[in-house]
Structure formats: structure tokens, C-alpha cells
Design a protein around this ligand. Structure first.
Ligand SMILES: NC(=O)C1=CN([C@@H]2O[C@H](COP(=O)(O)OP(=O)(O)OC[C@H]3O[C@@H](n4cnc5c(N)ncnc54)[C@H](O)[C@@H]3O)[C@@H](O)[C@H]2O)[C@H](O)CC1
Ligand code: K
Length: 481
């Protein structure tokens, strides 16, 4: 499914499979430490480095980093949390190859340091940082020292991106083989700084056994399924999206329709209440307008193959009825905003009629109204919600997650803060609806929509929602095979 993302457990499994395949643990650790030292050398010329080692294999990597940097002419001090005699396996072997001093972990090691290597905890983080480890994190921040993190900044949970206790802010994080969710989910992603994924000799073939159901969102995930028009196709072959509009907020449906047409839907019709028809008919000449009183007729027309409901519609029983009627047709559908909030009292009524041909696009507030308050990372929450709803769930945020009821998911990491602007969500719903109208599978349409939405915001400062559909031709041209 593209750039795989491995859970901590899957990472250990990949590691074990590589070892079974003949790559020794020591070889992996040597390569890991080498990659971290190389990343540090690229960024910092010869300088004074403090390497902080923990009691497990993350610390073992640290011993390799220290040796490699010293060999390269850096002034290295190394401090270890706990006693060297307690180190085991590969970490013990690497410690024995470090011929410098091993200090007990304390802020003394930071004196006169220019850079810190954080090799305290990685995948094995089991509880919140406390004691001297937590003191070190505070002291590093107080001194404003740059940190190069091994695998993850210590304290960041690799599976959730959440911070256990505290964690240092890194400038660079070097991880091994593949990213973990914690490199993509907030706040982990921000604490990592730049993330480098190093090849340490684990063969890609182990992925066939691990079968990770998670990927980082990007064109590699969905490029092969993108609904490019056929040379001999006509507009009806590119799908016909129906956008349900409301009486007052007419801009929302117009943004949806415009984004859907830009992304590739052949036709778009806004179906709105009578009082909104005049203003809608004065809008984009290429968007059709219909009276919402004819909704049943629109639903019965098999050429109209996809719908977007919610943006600007108004919360209430009327919208609820339309959502249920639309869902019963089995057509591809995006439910956003008011279409979600209309079911906050009766989510079960909605979930009963959904399928994996439907995408729900809640932000955190809408998500909580529909699925209740739930614990866990955004990834876990989106996955649980998709399963419960029986539909694709796109949980919006700076780390948007798209989850399928079967457990597959992608994490999107290309959304700039400029997307937090009025109408931006309507455009996202339109992009996804447009792709589904054009024939793309719901899960991949949601993933593609989320990524295109982020890419379209690339212009940065001054961005308004109206700009987003207009950025699509440039982005799609670059993707066109
Ligand atoms: N394939 C790979 O990715 C490779 C990874 N390597 C590195 O190994 C670590 C994972 O090593 P592991 O020994 O399993 O775990 P840690 O070193 O992260 O820590 C375990 C150690 O720490 C104790 N502990 C956990 N949390 C705390 C805490 N809050 N306070 C105190 N002590 C704690 C725990 O009890 C254990 O003793 C991975 O991240 C990579 O850096 C390999 O080097 C190469 C292959
Ligand atoms: K670390």
C-alpha cells in the first residue's frame, strides 16, 4: 500500500525475521548507530557531543554512535542510565567496544556540549520518563541544546505519538527500516524534527510476512487507482456528483462542487432548497443546479452515482431523512459537517445504513458527537470508529487519519496550518466526492483527497478555501502518468 508504517510490535517482528534470515542483531545495531552518526555529521561539523544511553538496545545504538563519532574526530562524552553490568546482548557487546569513559547519567555530561544524542529509550519505552531521565530532558531544554534522537525522542510513544512524561525536542530523528505511527501523529511528529529513515539491512521481504495495514499517505498509496479519464471516455463516464445544499450557507455547496469538478468528476449538480436556487444559478456556469424538492428523482437517476451531504445543509430531521434515503441507494457518498451532527442523538440509526462505499469526514468535535469521547491515539480512535460505523472514517486534523472498517489506515502528514480556514473542509469533501464519482474506491479516494488537499495548500500565507480547487490542475499535472 505504499510507504509502510510499522507498529512497535511489527518492528520487533521485522527485526526478528531479519535475524532469522541471517542478519545478526549486532549487524543491525552497528548499522543503526552508523546511520545516526552519519546524520549528525551531515548537520554538525566536528564539535562536542554528549551521548545519553539508556539501559536497552536504544542505548546500545548510542554506544555505536559514540564510537563512530569519536573515530571521526568529534569530542564525545557518554553517559549511561543505570549500570553497565546490567546491559544485555547486543547492547552489552557494543558497550564493550566503546573505549571512552562511561559516566553515570547526570547533567554534568551536558556541560560544554554542543549537541546531544538521545539514545535513552526507543521502541521499548514502557512507562513515563521520571527521575534523572526526566531531569535530563528538562536540562537539555533549559540549555537549548540541539538533539539528534535515536529511533524516537525518548518519551515519545512509537505507536501513538503521545508523550509519556516528557520528551526532548529533536532537530533530527533517525529511525530504522520504516517509520512508526509516533513519527507521524502529533505531538510526536513535531518533537522528531526532521525524520530520516535509515536502511540497516532488514530486507524489505520481511514485509510480506508482517503485512502492516498502515501507510504514510502519499501518491504511492493511491496513484495506481487514480481515476484518470479514458481517452475515449465522455463526461458521464467520469461520474456525476450530487451535492446537497442548504437554504442559507450557499457557499459551502459551491466549494464542494467546484473542488469535485476540478479533481475529476465529469458533472456536478447542486440540489438546494428553492430559496437558494437563484444565487446558485448565478454561480459557476459549469455547475448544474436542481431543486431539492426533486431529491428522490435525483437519487433514482443511475447516472448520478455519488453524493456529498452536510456542508451548509443545516442540522436536523430533514437532512437526516435525506442521508438515510441516499444511503439506502448504495451510492458512493461523503457525509460531512451537518450530515454527521444531525445524528449525534442517534448514531446507531446512521451506522445501520452505512457501508465501505461511504466516507465520513468528521473533525474532532463532530467525531466526539458521533462516536463519543474515546481514549487512545487518533489512529486507534479512527480505526475503532470505522469499524463501528462500517464506513471509511477520515478524522480531520493536522495529522488526519483515514481508516477502513477492515483495519487498513493511512496517516496524512502534509497538511500545513494554512488549511485551518473557513470552507477548507467543504473543499476536502468535494475532492473526495469528486474522486468517488469518477470511480475511485472510497478508502483510496479519501486518502487521495486528504493528500491533494494538503498539497493544494502549499501556497501558504494568504490561503483561502477558494484557492484550493484552483491549485489542483498544477498538482494533478505533476501526478499524471
Ligand atoms: N529493527 C530495529 O528497529 C532495531 C532497533 N534497535 C534499537 O533498539 C531499540 C529498542 O530496544 P529495546 O531494548 O527493546 O528498548 P529500549 O532500548 O527502548 O528500552 C528498553 C529498556 O528501558 C527500560 N525502560 C522503558 N521505559 C523506561 C522508563 N520510562 N524509565 C526507565 N526505564 C525504562 C525497559 O525496562 C528496558 O530495560 C530501538 O528503539 C532501536 O533504537 C537496534 O539497535 C537495531 C535494530
Ligand atoms: K531515543
Amino acid at each position: 500500500m505504499g510507504p509502510e508504517v510499522l507498529s512497535v510490535a511489527e518492528m520487533y517482528r521485522a527485526d526478528a525475521l531479519a535475524t532469522v534470515g541471517g542478519v545478526s542483531g549486532e549487524h543491525l545495531m552497528e548499522a543503526a548507530g552508523f546511520a545516526v552518526a552519519r546524520a549528525l555529521r551531515r548537520r554538525f561539523g566536528p564539535c562536542r557531543v554528549a551521548v545519553l544511553c539508556g539501559p536497552g538496545n536504544n542505548g546500545g545504538d548510542g554506544f555505536v554512535v559514540a564510537r563512530r563519532l569519536r573515530d571521526a574526530g568529534y569530542a564525545v562524552r557518554l553517559a549511561l542510565l543505570g549500570d553497565a553490568v546490567n546491559l544485555k546482548g547486543d547492547a552489552a557487546a557494543m558497550a564493550s567496544r566503546w573505549h571512552g569513559a562511561t559516566e553515570p547519567l547526570s547533567s554534568a555530561v551536558l556541560e560544554r556540549a554542543d549537541v546531544v544524542v538521545d539514545a535513552l529509550f526507543g521502541a521499548g519505552l514502557a512507562r513515563p520518563l521520571s527521575g534523572v531521565a526526566a531531569d535530563m530532558v528538562a536540562e537539555i531544554a533549559r540549555r537549548g541544546l540541539p538533539v539528534v534522537a535515536v529511533d524516537v525522542p525518548s518519551g515519545v510513544d512509537g505507536d501513538t505519538g503521545q508523550v509519556l512524561g516528557c520528551a526532548p525536542q529533536a532537530v533530527t530523528t533517525v529511525t530504522f527500516f520504516r517509520k512508526k505511527p509516533g513519527h507521524l501523529l502529533l505531538p510526536g511528529r513535531l518533537l522528531c524534527g526532521e525524520v530520516e529513515v535509515a536502511d540497516i539491512g532488514i530486507p524489505a521481504s520481511v514485509l510480506a510476512e508482517v503485512e502492516p495495514p498502515l501507510a504514510e499517505n502519499g501518491p504511492a498509496v493511491w496513484r495506481d487507482r487514480f481515476p484518470w479519464p479514458a481517452v475515449d471516455g465522455h463526461k458521464y463516464a467520469r461520474g456525476h456528483l450530487v451535492v446537497v445544499g442548504g437554504p442559507v450557507m450557499t457557499g459551502a455547496a459551491r466549494l464542494v462542487a467546484r473542488a469535485a469538478r476540478r479533481v475529476g468528476a465529469g458533472l456536478a449538480t447542486i440540489a438546494a432548497p428553492a430559496e437558494a436556487l437563484a444565487i446558485l444559478r448565478a454561480g459557476d456556469p459549469g455547475t448544474m443546479v436542481a431543486d431539492l424538492a426533486e431529491f428522490d428523482t435525483l437519487l433514482a437517476d443511475s447516472r448520478k452515482n455519488a453524493l456529498v451531504l452536510g456542508p451548509g445543509c443545516g442540522v436536523g430531521a430533514a437532512l437526516r431523512a435525506r442521508v438515510l434515503a441516499a444511503a439506502r441507494t448504495g451510492k458512493a457518498m461523503v457525509l460531512d459537517a451537518d450530515a454527521l451532527s444531525s445524528f449525534s442523538e442517534s448514531p446507531g440509526e446512521l451506522f445501520k445504513v452505512l457501508s465501505d462505499n461511504v466516507v465520513l469526514t468528521p473533525h474532532d468535535g463532530e467525531f466526539a458527537r458521533l462516536f463519543g469521547k474515546s481514549d487512545g491515539s487518533r489512529l486507534e480512535r479512527a480505526r475503532r470508529a470505522a469499524k463501528r460505523a462500517g464506513a471509511v472514517v477520515l478524522l480531520k486534523g493536522p495529522d488526519t487519519v483515514v481508516a477502513h472498517p477492515d483495519g487498513r489506515a493511512v496517516i496524512n502528514a502534509n497538511a500545513p496550518p494554512w488549511l485551518a480556514t473557513a470552507g477548507s473542509g467543504d473543499v476536502l469533501a468535494g475532492m473526495i466526492g469528486g474522486l468517488m464519482a469518477a470511480g475511485m474506491d472510497a478508502f483510496f479516494a479519501a486518502a487521495a483527497g486528504a493528500w491533494l488537499h494538503g498539497a493544494a495548500a502549499g501556497q501558504g500565507p494568504g490561503l483561502i478555501a477558494e484557492d484550493l480547487p484552483e491549485a489542483l490542475p498544477r498538482i494533478l499535472t505533476a501526478l499524471f502518468p
